[in-house]
Design a protein. Structure first.
Length: 424
């Protein structure tokens, strides 16, 4: 769910992909599907996306099938409308479609009438993603899952007016409607912990949530830890406020906390002691906001969806410039541009200034997370990109790259002198 900046393509660069062999283009197109699914939780990892897809099929074949329909439609729409191909290939245009597919089959039922609604909803989500990117980019705010929230909310509110659409709808009442009470049992607790992770994709089986957690760990142990802690924060926040135990056990107070926690723990905010506290407060706030938005949307026949996460994270990110101890992290942006740069280098294209900086910075950040020392990272940074990899003049522009990285003993500034080929 990361957002990327406007493309830095020169007029002729975009044709590099067209020059690639047909087999490579087909492979890259296929890989956008699992990436689009993984980007629901900010991960561009193909294996994570495949594990997420497996989890959806374990939850029910319809969830996996309609997730594929949604992500495929959204990705194809973005491609046909001319969205930057590197953004498309990284899955940044597919995750809202994924959620639209899963949500509509959950609320409207497994019926042929749901198919065109998912297709139409995914197309609308792609257009809305572009519009929101135009509005939010000047404020350095990602769209997150707002396009999904708008499309799914409008469809859920309008669906009862259409007999053919509403004929096979599922009962979407919360578990507490048939099992009221606030006394939380041990089963409610541990089920709620895993379900808080699974409910990001509207799954209420604890073992499906466990599979999602494994998928996150494959991509990043830090992200998996943030998801686990945030689910626990959401669960405990709901319990302390006196939420219905059945709803807590179903994970309804955990999933928005999970998304908020991941976003604020090293993804969009620099990982630091103050940043961790900020993420904890954000996760608890998202959980606390859940009941209020649920009651609000119940009036009009809507659903909470991921609105608490979107609203809370927007507010918390917008507030960062005012807080001297909290800093925005460009980790998601750096990683996205670095992957784009690596794709272009593999196609034989010369890297521009921004791509070179992103590729070197990403390598330093990942090396720090792997346990390397500051000196190791400084030397590694000089070996990532050689003089033959960059456009003329780029090496002369880059005498020094400095990047903040999270080491085992805290966040430190790594300075890499003569980074383009200095170590070769």
């Amino acid at each position: 769910m990361a957002s990327s900046p406007p493309s830095e393509d020169a007029p002729g660069e975009q044709h590099g992909e067209d020059a690639a062999p047909a087999s490579e283009r087909a492979r890259n197109a296929l890989l956008t599907i699992p990436r689009g699914i993984a980007q629901v939780e900010f991960q561009p990892n193909v294996w994570t996306g495949l594990i997420f897809l497996i989890a959806l099929f374990v939850g029910g074949w319809q969830f996996g099938a309609f997730a594929l329909l949604g992500v495929g439609t959204a990705t194809a729409t973005a491609y046909l409308l001319g969205v930057d191909r590197n953004r498309v290939s990284l899955g940044l245009e597919g995750f809202n479609g994924t959620l639209i597919g899963v949500a509509l089959v959950l609320y409207l039922g497994t019926d042929w009438s749901t198919v065109p609604l998912v297709v139409g909803g995914a197309v609308a989500g792609s257009v809305l993603t572009a519009a929101l990117n135009s509005v939010l980019t000047p404020y350095k705010l990602p769209t997150f899952t707002a396009p999904f929230c708008v499309v799914a909310l409008v469809m859920a509110i309008g669906a009862p007016s259409y007999a053919r659409v509403w004929a096979g709808h599922n009962n979407s009442a919360p578990p507490s409607a048939t099992d009221p009470g606030t006394a939380m049992t041990w089963t409610d607790f541990w089920h709620g912990f895993f379900n808080g992770i699974g409910q990001v994709f509207f799954q209420d089986k604890w073992y499906v949530g466990l599979i999602f957690l494994i998928g996150l760990a494959v991509s990043s142990r830090l992200v998996a830890a943030a998801a686990a802690v945030s689910s626990l924060i959401g669960l405990l926040t709901g319990w302390w406020l006196g939420a219905q135990a059945a709803d807590l056990g179903a994970g309804l107070y955990g999933y928005n906390a999970v998304l908020t926690g991941i976003a604020l723990t090293g993804t969009f905010v620099v990982l630091s002691p103050a940043g961790v506290v900020y993420a904890v407060v954000g996760a608890a706030t998202a959980a606390g906001l859940t009941a209020g938005l649920t009651n609000l949307f119940n009036v009009v026949g809507g659903h909470t969806l991921t609105w608490p996460f979107v609203l809370v994270t927007w507010v918390f990110l917008a507030a960062v410039p005012i807080f001297s101890r909290i800093r925005r992290a460009d980790k998601a942006l750096i990683f996205t541009v670095a992957q784009m740069a690596e794709h272009r280098r593999q196609r034989g294209l010369k890297l521009n200034h921004g791509e070179t900086v992103a590729l070197i910075s990403s390598a330093i950040v990942e090396a720090a997370r792997d346990g390397k020392t500051v000196s190791d990272c400084m030397e590694l940074g000089k070996k990532v990109v050689g003089p033959d990899d960059v456009m003329p003049g780029v090496r002369g522009m880059l005498s020094l790259i400095q990047v903040e990285a999270a080491f085992d003993d805290g966040t430190k500034l790594v300075s890499c002198h003569d980074p383009v080929g200095g170590g070769k």
